[in-house]
Design a protein around this ligand. Structure first.
Ligand code: MG
Length: 301
């Protein structure tokens, strides 16, 4: 039986009926933050409760990339290929330089400490957009319990001048984010209050203002079920591939569900990678999975 579920006929040509879901590795605690490095043919991803960043290669399997990681969560790459990471422990956004040094880019807003940056994306102008919910400071499991000093917000950081701007603050828990391929829309997942299952959870979409620096007209885009969308990525046509409780859901730009990739556990995050960015890597609870699809990722993984 195929690991794909076709819901809208448009999904049929987006997937490969003979491509199986592959479990690449397991034995982790909770995976997140995948980022593909085509130049090194490797995937980096976070094992948050184990306080480490892992590396997977097709030839070498899995190894530890960085430990301790200060409870690293979301990752991406900037326009120069450098690793950009969210740290729960450091309550910061950091950049790994090409010589291996780690630079803290931002850890405060208005003199107050960030909560626990969760996920991050880099726009083509080099600005770094990230979510800052309190999940990493509400328990000792994924960082350490500490006081929140700021409301949960979505931020834009400009590394050229060091400016940090709140672009949205009407979230209980902003989480994964990605731009549409033309960068005219920004998708952000709302995963609500950690200990209140009745709080609102859905994927929201915003229009990016003409200046490219702010967003407006936030509205609900799609609610996955079962579970919640945590990490999301757009493909080359603007379809949104979203993590969910039963795998990955693919949603068309018009907001209709096209189909699903079935995974036997909760998926937290995903990214495109490998040949032509047409392989989906899935951080799924205690395991790392992958599956080839017939679409390419839109942007930096
Ligand atoms: Mg996340």
């Amino acid at each position: 039986m195929s690991d794909f579920e076709i819901i809208d006929p448009r999904f049929r040509e987006m997937v490969l009926p003979n491509a199986p879901l592959e479990r690449l590795a397991d034995g982790f605690r909770w995976l997140e933050g995948p980022a593909w490095f085509a130049d090194l043919q490797c995937l980096l991803f976070s094992d948050i409760p184990n306080d480490r960043i892992m590396r997977w290669t097709a030839t070498g399997g899995v190894s530890v990339f960085r430990e301790p990681s200060r409870f690293a969560n979301g990752h991406t790459r900037d326009c120069e290929g450098r690793l950009i990471g969210c740290l729960h422990g450091g309550r910061s956004i950091v950049r790994t330089e090409l010589d291996g040094r780690i630079t803290t880019l931002v850890d405060r807003y208005g003199g107050k400490r960030l909560n626990s940056p969760n996920d991050v994306v880099v726009k083509s102008d080099g600005t770094i957009w990230f979510s800052d919910p309190p999940y990493g400071i509400q328990t000792d499991y994924e960082g350490g319990r500490r006081e929140s000093e700021l409301p949960a917000s979505l931020y834009r950081f400009d590394p050229r001048d060091g400016s940090l701007t709140v672009v949205a603050d009407d979230f209980a828990g902003p989480n994964g984010l990605c731009f549409s391929p033309d960068e005219k829309r920004l998708f952000v997942t709302e995963t609500g209050l950690q200990f209140d299952p009745s709080s609102k959870r859905c994927i929201r979409v915003f229009d990016v203002a003409g200046d490219g620096r702010s967003i407006r007209d936030g509205r609900d885009f799609f609610k996955v079920s079962p579970g919640d969308a945590d990490g999301i990525r757009c493909d080359e046509d603007g379809n949104v591939w979203a993590s969910a409780g039963d795998g990955v859901h693919c949603i068309a730009p018009d907001g209709n569900l096209l189909g699903r990739v079935r995974v036997p556990c909760t998926v937290s995050n995903l990214c495109f990678g490998d040949r032509h960015r047409s392989r989906l890597f899935l951080c799924a609870s205690q395991s790392l999975y992958a599956i080839w699809v017939n679409r390419r990722g839109a942007q930096w993984p």
